[in-house]
Write a protein that binds this ligand. Structure first.
Ligand code: ADE
Length: 252
């Protein structure tokens, strides 16, 4: 369903990211400044903003788990971050940006960037009961952005979300079944909230590790995080430029 907002130029862009290290290069290049009043004070999420051309860009990160001094990764924090960002910032478009595991057999390399296509699935919600099965897989809609992907020479594919970085054969089976190109930990949680509020949402994921290679995802992830984040940074900047004076419908 096309809403009248999708026919207006994009004014409010919200970029949601899990990790500070993924976001830092973008915050620096776009000279985003922290807005301490943007989100509920009790929440760990942090919001950084700047006006870039005609677009008010807000980058929200999930913040720190104070108890362990690590980022709040995963779809619970992402879901909450999406809800708070949607209600407080009223985005015209949401981008879930971050890193993911990819598949060499589907053409990925370290630093390959994917744009979401069609829908988002969960690969680790195994509930073999009629109705609950499909509900658990999700299939939340991805914004139609094939023109954007084509013009910026970006690969596209289905993004799959779960709660583990570690590989599991059962999860990989579900990823394969849905022909997904990226395995990550946030997008489907964000897509669910975006669907509830009818806000177009896309993901942009940079590959840190190849899931179908004989390695440990966690060590490859750590090794390649900085490089993949730099690749992500380059594309986010291109996208912010590309979105100027465009409507959501122009991206289709
Ligand atoms: N983020 C980066 N790599 C990942 C992987 N292999 N699985 C889940 N999340 C990731």
């Amino acid at each position: 369903m096309i809403t009248s907002d999708e026919l207006k130029p994009i004014n409010n862009l919200v970029i949601l990211m899990a990790m500070r290290d993924e976001a830092q290069p973008i915050i620096k290049s776009l000279e985003l400044k922290e807005n301490l009043g943007a989100l509920h004070v009790q929440l760990p999420m942090r919001c950084y903003q700047n006006q870039i051309g005609r677009i008010n860009v807000s980058l929200v990160i999930a913040g720190i788990d104070d108890r362990h001094q690590v980022d709040n990764i995963g779809s619970e924090a992402a879901t909450l971050m999406a809800y708070e960002s949607i209600t407080q910032l009223q985005p015209d478009l949401i981008i879930s940006a971050g890193t993911a595991g990819g598949f060499a057999s589907r053409g990925a390399d370290i630093g390959t960037i994917y744009v979401s296509e069609e829908h988002f699935v969960y690969h680790d919600r195994h509930v073999p009961i009629k109705g609950y099965h499909d509900s658990s897989i999700g299939k939340y809609p991805a914004a139609k952005v094939s023109r954007l992907a084509k013009n910026l020479h970006l690969k596209t594919g289905i993004i799959s979300t779960g709660s583990s970085l570690e590989k599991s054969d059962k999860d990989i089976l579900v990823i394969d079944e849905h022909n997904a190109v990226a395995k990550e930990m946030e997008a489907a949680g964000i897509a669910w909230v975006a669907m509830l509020f009818n806000i177009p949402m896309m993901a942009l994921k940079s590959i840190t590790n190849l899931v179908d290679h004989d390695n440990k995802s966690e060590s490859e992830f750590i090794k390649n995080l900085s490089y993949a984040s730099q690749c992500l940074h380059d594309k986010v900047l291109e996208i912010v430029d590309y979105l100027q004076n465009k409507t959501v419908q122009d991206l289709e």
